[in-house]
Ligand binder design. Structure first.
Ligand SMILES: Nc1ncnc2c1ncn2[C@@H]1O[C@H](COP(=O)(O)OP(=O)(O)OP(=O)(O)O)[C@@H](O)[C@H]1O
Length: 338
């Protein structure tokens, strides 16, 4: 659906250039929600703005739906851009226009007759839950409501792709959640491809199918969110996911101290139905080891439940080894910690 090939973007001229993207390749499938995460300055905004050529790449190709946008003339590009909606961190609404006129704007620009505009805006207002607000001005709306107007405006010309440029970064956690739920609904209802950039892993965790981690203008890791989230490989990714928890001094101490017995700390990852199963206690009973839970999380990645436990097994070395082997045989992921 979206293919970025050998994308390089340099800002500036002569010997005063800054390279924001460097020979970047990316492929996004139709109907998926694809997240790009990175720290400030990593190149996220440049990347997303290159997809609709708001920013022209210095080198490389941008393909959307089988068409190379980087080769199109002005007229054809404008036509293609209508099928790529975009929402922004600070909403970018026209402050002097009502909610209705903001949403109608791209329809009028595309030459839609007034009666069709009326009908379409009515449908969009219902879709984003703003039926009672059509005559209000942006200043009379909350941040979440403004972003709902942004979403409605972006969907006005029935796009195939929705680009979200840090769309929830200016919102509080509850409002963020409601906007993410709206994006998920829209994705499912219309099979709309969504590309979002963010610096917050919980946004990726909540709605994305796949994720790419960008650093220094290149992609350092990408894959299914379950894969990247539970087994991050690159240190930048690990930093986004692990935060402070595992550097906790108390945890380190708890992993080591069991006087007079052999012990081993392990990290066990449960995914899907296994998250709520009793495999761990069953296996431990069979092998005769005891365990202490040192740290634990149970949450979901999109709709998939997962759990991650750090436990310390206590018992003979053989019993601990067979516990680890049996847990793996039962389909759990077990990492022996040093
Ligand atoms: N118009 C510009 N002129 C010069 N350099 C720029 C311009 N826009 C971005 N850059 C530089 O390109 C690099 C990538 O910037 P970009 O805004 O894409 O990163 P980002 O990951 O979106 O960061 P942030 O989250 O802070 O917006 C940075 O080093 C930035 O300083």
């Amino acid at each position: 659906m979206i293919e970025l090939r050998g994308l390089t973007k340099r800002y500036g001229k002569g010997n005063k250039t800054a390279t924001a993207l460097s020979d970047l390749n990316l492929s996004i499938q139709k109907g998926e929600i694809f997240g790009v995460i990175g720290h400030s300055g990593a190149g996220k905004s440049t990347l997303i703005r290159c997809i609709n050529l708001l920013e022209r790449p210095t080198e490389g190709e941008v393909w959307v739906d089988g068409v190379e946008l980087t080769k199109l003339g002005k007229g054809r590009l404008q036509e293609k851009r209508r099928k790529i909606g975009m929402i922004f961190q600070h909403f970018n609404l026209l402050s002097s226009a009502t909610v209705y006129d903001n949403i109608a704007f791209p329809l009028r620009l595309a030459g839609t007759p007034d009666s069709a505009v009326e009908e379409k805006v009515k449908d969009l207002l219902a879709l984003v839950g703003l039926e009672g607000h059509r005559n209000k001005y942006p200043a009379q709306l909350s941040g979440g409501q403004k972003q709902r107007v942004g979403v409605a405006r972006a969907l006005a010309n029935d796009p195939d792709v929705l680009l979200c440029d840090e769309a929830t970064s200016a919102l509080d956690p509850q409002t963020t959640d409601s906007i993410l739920r709206l994006l998920l609904d829209i994705n499912r209802q219309f099979n709309l491809t969504i590309v979002l950039i963010t610096h917050e892993m919980h946004v990726i965790q909540r709605i994305c199918d796949r994720v790419a981690v960008i650093h220094g203008g290149g992609i350092v890791e990408q894959g299914a969110v379950t894969e990247v989230f539970l087994k991050p490989k690159h240190e930048i990714t690990q930093g986004f996911i692990r935060g402070e928890a595992q550097n906790d001094g108390q945890l380190q101490a708890a992993m080591r101290t069991v006087p007079g017995e052999s012990s081993q700390a392990v990290k066990i990852t449960f995914l899907g139905e296994k998250t709520y199963g009793s495999t761990l206690s069953r296996v431990a009973r069979e092998t005769g080891v005891n365990f202490a839970i040192l740290q634990g999380t149970i949450s979901t990645i999109k709709d998939v439940p997962f759990g991650q436990l750090i436990v310390r097994f206590e018992g003979s070395a053989e019993a601990i080894t067979s516990t680890v082997l049996e847990l793996k045989a039962q389909g759990l992921d077990v990492e022996v910690l040093s």
